[in-house]
Design a protein around this ligand. Structure first.
Ligand SMILES: [Zn+2]
Ligand SMILES: [Zn+2]
Length: 850
């Protein structure tokens, strides 16, 4: 196990005036958790014909303990799940474990515990913790991705993807984390550092497997416009990551070498006349053939070695000098028919576009910097605005100059004309390019799903036969964390039989990126024990897509993009009938304390176990939902927890203090019984139903759980006031019925937030059925109606007065009173009333003519 972390206890010196009065949450919470489990209350099956709601929180990595960030995201998910139960939906709300990954391996290195043992112990601990939170999971659907019965299906899909060319192997320069000793995908490199351990990433050239996500670039981009339930921020990050650009691809002839041509991509074909040199990536395959002699070959090799030490991030940084090597060979600009110099430079990457660019220093800043550094000519091709200082590249609008047949055109027209010109001469064509690159999935680590491929001396690379799956990860392995894949040392794993010829073959010893497992776990939940395929097609057809997904923004271009891609692949393999996995996404903010994200290294971690032991899960949940709107950061403060606890105690005490009266009352006053007679009673009843309306609205629109809870708190205040004021002022039966109506509404509205206490009090009111089997309360329109309303009076669209009128007042009466109103009349002086528009109950607009 990992060493226990330093944890901050919730301070002991907080004012706890009512500590003695604490309601007995430990017993209550344990009991209801048992009842829910015994009744299998949250177990679901497909019920065609009944509306479904698939509510999903991103599953955790089993690190061993849940933290406050988990509490927050699971409390949000549970609120929505329970709310939808009460609205009559068939709710799928599952939980599982993203169980492969490096920390298990590191724990094995540090403590000599096998990653499997470490992982499953952690899962047990975290499951216990989660159960203590009382979340409405269907635990029968629990899934752990390190289970061979799980990754078997991902190996099958790998083979099918291989068959379709969507998985392929190639040698490539990859991001390498020297500390994690593994390859990282581009999405896993943040500002040149490893997303997991923060080490500086280096570059290596190795063989590895890729998923062809680029094949789906356009579709992934197009669907960004068709996901209205996603935060715009996440969609923008995905659009930028996919990075579509339109331009032209064409070939530059090499002077004196008719056998060679350099293909370039540019987003600015209109600037071609300003191309004064061209640049190749040092890795470009043409470079060796361009070298004129051994001396130049040597220079090229030395230059490549220097560049190989830089990361991509460094190479692309705009603020550093541009390293370049001038070649003896020269290219020809087909637009001007002039010879131009050719360079190798570090700022051009092989993976982008074609690995070669035309350089237009007049209109591109990086080219400008390079041209200045290497004393190259600069030819502007766009007319500069008045007063422009010619000391940097110009990227703005303008008409074309120095550009032959393009002169006088604007940029867009010139782009089209330049492409037409290239096409007419057979030199090139218009082209769309993407920044997105294929997803490298090979990892040189042990604790992952084996790649189901073998290498045979006779047949070369051969996929494992589908009937031989899963390729099980062997248990006996030495994990040192140093150099190469640990699986390569396991002879019984490596040495296998070729599925094709029956001869000797070696297994691939890399494992898959754990993001492959998380790209489809939501599908496995639909039929977690199905053994004839990845998922049961009818179950997936019923449950998918996920209606509400909840998880952190840090996954915007990682998991959330991969899962979209994988879903589309499964669709195209004919397995799934849905285009997108997640209908709606809620990205919750972080939990911060003392101005920083809670983290062990900062020593500002609050342990959910302490919190729950001391205040109960209901308080922990209430606090985390009340303290901030879900998409904002939640600033931890002890007083807020204390306040949440006091509120629940107050509800508890009220119900128990009035139990006899409440239980003597007829349940559920309805509109049929008529409105109560007194104005105070009517006002109170309106408050109850306004609260129901507001809470429903706040949950449904933008997930404003904090304001919803605040409305329930106000209702409880009103309840206390009404109780005092009505004691001797109204008939006992009427008072009891109203108190009961208010208490029941409070419990129903609060149920999804703090489920244990509400179940307990609901039962205390004599109900036999769970509060979560009740329909969500509906506001009673009769109770909402006011006796009088305020009506705004406008003259020509401007507010000039206000009237108070009876709710039932006729239009003619309102019109007459508006025209006669003392504040309105002066605005009508000397003008003719052309029209009077009356919107009943809201406003009068008087239109005049002068
Ligand atoms: Zn690392
Ligand atoms: Zn073979």
């Amino acid at each position: 196990m990992r060493p226990p972390s330093k944890r901050v206890k919730i301070s002991d010196n907080m004012a706890l005036d009512d500590r003695q009065d604490r309601y007995p949450f430990p017993e209550i919470e344990a009991r209801w958790q048992r009842v829910w489990a015994d009744r299998k209350q949250f177990k679901v099956t497909e019920e065609p014909g009944r509306p479904k709601y698939y509510c999903l929180e991103m599953f955790p990595y089993p690190s061993g303990r849940i933290h406050m960030g988990h509490v927050r995201v699971y409390a949000i998910g549970d609120l929505l799940a329970r709310y939808k139960w009460m609205r009559g939906y068939n709710v799928l709300h599952p939980m599982g474990w993203d169980a492969f990954g490096l920390p298990a391996e590191n724990a094995a290195i540090d403590n000599g515990v096998h990653p499997a043992v470490w992982t499953y112990e952690n899962i047990d601990n975290m499951r216990t913790q989660l159960k203590r939170m009382g979340i409405s999971y269907d635990w029968d659907r629990e899934v752990a991705t390190c289970d061979p019965a799980y990754y078997k299906w991902e190996q099958l899909i790998f083979i099918r993807m291989l068959d379709r060319g969507l998985a392929y192997r190639r040698r490539s320069r990859v991001n390498w984390c020297p500390s994690c000793q593994t390859v990282l995908a581009n999405e896993q490199v943040e500002a040149g550092r490893c997303w997991r351990c923060d080490s500086e990433v280096t570059i290596r050239e190795i063989d590895g497997w890729f998923f062809k996500i680029t094949e789906y670039a356009q579709e992934l981009l197009d669907w960004c416009d068709r996901l209205p339930g996603w935060p715009e921020r996440v969609l923008t990050m995905q659009r930028n990551w996919i990075g579509r650009s339109e331009g032209a691809e064409f070939t530059l002839p090499v002077a004196g070498r008719p056998d060679l041509g350099i293909t370039i991509f540019t987003t600015r074909p209109d600037t071609s006349f300003g191309m004064t040199y061209a640049v190749l990536a040092p890795e470009h395959p043409l470079v060796d053939r361009l070298a004129v002699d051994d001396q130049e070959k040597g220079r090229i090799d030395r230059f490549r070695a220097e560049v190989a030490r830089e990361t991509e991030i460094e190479r692309l940084a705009t603020d550093r000098p541009k390293r370049g090597l001038r070649l003896a060979a020269r290219a020809i600009n087909p637009f001007t028919d002039r010879e131009i110099p050719l360079f190798l430079a570090d700022y051009v990457l092989m993976g982008y576009g074609t690995g070669a660019i035309m350089a237009v220093p007049g209109e591109d800043q990086r080219d400008w910097d390079f041209a200045k550094a290497h004393d190259l000519p600069i030819v502007p091709t766009v007319k500069r605005p008045e007063g422009w200082q010619e000391d940097q590249a110009y990227t703005g609008d303008g008409v074309k100059i120095n550009s032959g047949f393009l002169d006088g055109l604007d940029i867009e027209a010139a782009k089209r004309r330049a492409i037409d010109w290239l096409v007419a001469r057979g030199l090139g064509q218009g082209k769309v390019n993407f920044r997105l690159r294929d997803w490298g999935i090979s990892r040189q680590r042990y604790w992952g799903a084996p790649i189901p491929v073998l290498y045979c001396e006779r047949d070369g690379m051969v996929p494992e036969r589908e009937e031989n799956l899963p390729v099980v990860l062997p248990r006996d392995v030495q994990i040192s964390g140093k150099g190469g894949s640990p699986l390569a040392e396991v002879a019984s794993f490596v040495n296998a039989t070729c599925p094709k010829c029956g001869g000797r073959a070696r297994r691939d010893t890399d494992t898959m990126d754990t993001f492959v497992e998380s790209s489809w776990y939501f599908l496995r939940y639909c039929s977690p024990t199905y053994d004839r395929g990845m998922f049961e097609p009818d179950a997936a057809a019923y449950w998918m897509p996920v209606d509400q997904y909840i998880g952190g923004i840090e996954h915007a271009v990682l998991h959330l993009l991969y899962a979209r891609f994988y879903t589309k692949v499964l669709r195209d393999l004919g397995m799934l009938k849905c285009d997108e996995p997640f209908q709606a996404l809620l990205s919750q903010g972080m939990v911060i304390k003392d101005g920083a994200k809670m983290s062990k290294s900062k020593g500002n971690v609050v342990d959910p176990d302490d919190l729950i032991r001391r205040y109960g899960a209901d308080t922990a949940r209430l606090f985390s939902l009340f303290a901030a709107p879900p998409e904002k950061d939640l600033d931890w403060n002890d007083r807020g927890v204390e306040g949440a606890s006091r509120f629940l105690n107050r509800v508890w005490r009220f119900v128990h203090a009035h139990l006899a009266e409440l239980n003597g009352a007829a349940a559920g006053r309805g509109a049929a019984e008529g409105e109560p007679s007194g104005s105070e009673a009517r006002t109170f009843r309106r408050t109850i139903h306004e609260t129901i309306r507001k809470v429903t609205h706040d949950i449904e629109h933008d997930f404003h759980f904090n304001t919803a809870i605040s409305a329930v708190m106000e209702l409880v205040n009103a309840l206390h006031e009404f109780e005092r004021a009505s004691l001797d002022a109204m008939p006992r039966a009427e008072r009891a019925a109203l108190l009961r109506e208010a208490v029941e509404a409070t419990l129903l509205l609060l149920g999804p937030v703090s489920p244990h206490i509400t179940e307990e009090l609901w039962a205390a009111l004599g109900h036999r059925e769970s509060v979560f089997k009740q329909p969500w309360p509906q506001p009673d329109e009769a109770a909402l109606a006011r006796d009088e309303v305020e009506i705004v009076v406008q003259v020509d669209g401007r507010v000039r007065g206000r009237l108070t009128a009876g709710v039932g007042a006729r239009e003619a009466e309102i019109r007459e009173r508006a025209l006669a109103d003392g504040k309105v009349r002066p605005w009508l002086d000397g003008r003719q009333v052309a029209k009077v528009v009356v919107v009943p109950g809201r406003l009068v607009n008087i239109v005049t003519r002068g």
